[in-house]
Design a protein around this ligand. Structure first.
Ligand SMILES: Cc1cc2nc3c(=O)[nH]c(=O)nc-3n(C[C@H](O)[C@H](O)[C@H](O)COP(=O)(O)OP(=O)(O)OC[C@H]3O[C@@H](n4cnc5c(N)ncnc54)[C@H](O)[C@@H]3O)c2cc1C
Length: 274
């Protein structure tokens, strides 16, 4: 057993409200602090369940600290969301393959808690970054300030909302098309990589669009994950075991999967339409 596979009990030191349904829990853990962008933790919520969660940056950038950003949804995420300061959770990992960094000109497209691994990625990229952040409405816009800080003066952040209540009106994929047209079409510049994480329907569009424009892409996928170490195969997608071979995969491999964007496995392993 590797050290990272041992469950570590950590104390929640701070809880931050990001939006009416999203909170960030900050804790100290050396291994999570050292996670690469896109890796995840298996998070044990005592008396509830164990679920995978991306490793979030400590918003204060302290050595040895990490965080989880959780959207209140069903049973497990609501229990984690309701965790108070001084509450204890268990963490294993970090697990999986994260994003690989590229220089030059890159575009990040994220939505909701899918922004979490992309923010971590910003910290390690030396490329010029255009960060497209999509959400349904103004209430759900999260991490705009942090993204602006991480992207720096060399890059830019584009916020869009589906209902137009803040930033550009429209989907993140509409903004991506505009940025690609402008950069490749009008200015004749290269785009070296598109990175994406968020709802699967959005990622499918992003990967197809990047392919149309001849740009490489990487996406972080989600499936039911139980062991986190490639043994139980709860998270298989095509011939891949996502917790081990992903969660980040390249566009070519993802677009070759018939399941992606259409089917996922439920907890019994049955393929269901998504
Ligand atoms: C690599 C990865 C990173 C993720 N990062 C985040 C994150 O940063 N923030 C965030 O809010 N969510 C994240 N998720 C999603 C998260 O793991 C849960 O799927 C989500 O919180 C919904 O769980 P739920 O209990 O609220 O909802 P429901 O959809 O109602 O789930 C019901 C039950 O199904 C089981 N279940 C659901 N999803 C999973 C899963 N993916 N793996 C194992 N069991 C599951 C649990 O027992 C859960 O209680 C991530 C998922 C993956 C695979």
């Amino acid at each position: 057993m590797l050290d990272r596979d041992r469950m570590r009990l950590v104390r929640v030191e701070e809880v931050r409200d990001e939006s009416p349904t999203v909170r960030t829990l900050i804790f100290r853990d050396e291994q999570a602090y050292r996670a690469s962008a896109g890796q995840f933790l298996m998070v044990w919520i005592p008396r509830v369940d164990e679920v995978p969660m991306s490793v979030m940056l400590d918003p204060y950038d302290r050595e040895g600290y990490a965080a989880l950003t959780v959207r209140r949804h069903g049973y497990s995420s609501t229990a984690l969301y309701n965790m108070q300061v001084d509450g204890m959770i268990g963490v294993r990992g970090p697990y999986g393959r994260g994003f690989s960094a590229t220089d030059g000109n890159v575009i990040l497209v994220g939505g909701g808690t899918g922004l979490v691994p992309l923010l971590r990625l910003c910290r390690v990229l030396s490329a010029r970054i255009t960060f497209i952040m999509g959400s349904r409405s103004r209430d759900e816009v999260i991490f705009e300030e942090l993204a602006r800080r991480l992207v720096g003066s060399n890059g830019r952040v584009v916020v869009c909302t589906d209902d137009g209540s803040y930033g550009l009106k429209g989907y993140a994929t509409d903004a991506l098309k505009t940025v690609l047209d402008d950069t490749i079409g009008k200015k004749g510049e290269r785009v070296d990589m598109v990175y994406t994480c968020g709802p699967e329907a959005m990622m499918l569009k992003v990967l197809r669009m990047a392919h149309e424009y001849g740009v490489e892409a990487q996406a972080s996928l989600e499936r039911i994950m139980k062991c986190g170490i490639g043994l139980c195969s709860s998270c298989c997608i095509g011939r891949y075991v996502l917790c081990r071979d992903g969660p980040v995969m390249n566009a070519r491999d993802i677009l070759a999967l018939e399941e992606f964007g259409h089917y996922a496995r439920d907890k019994s392993g049955r393929l269901i339409r998504i």
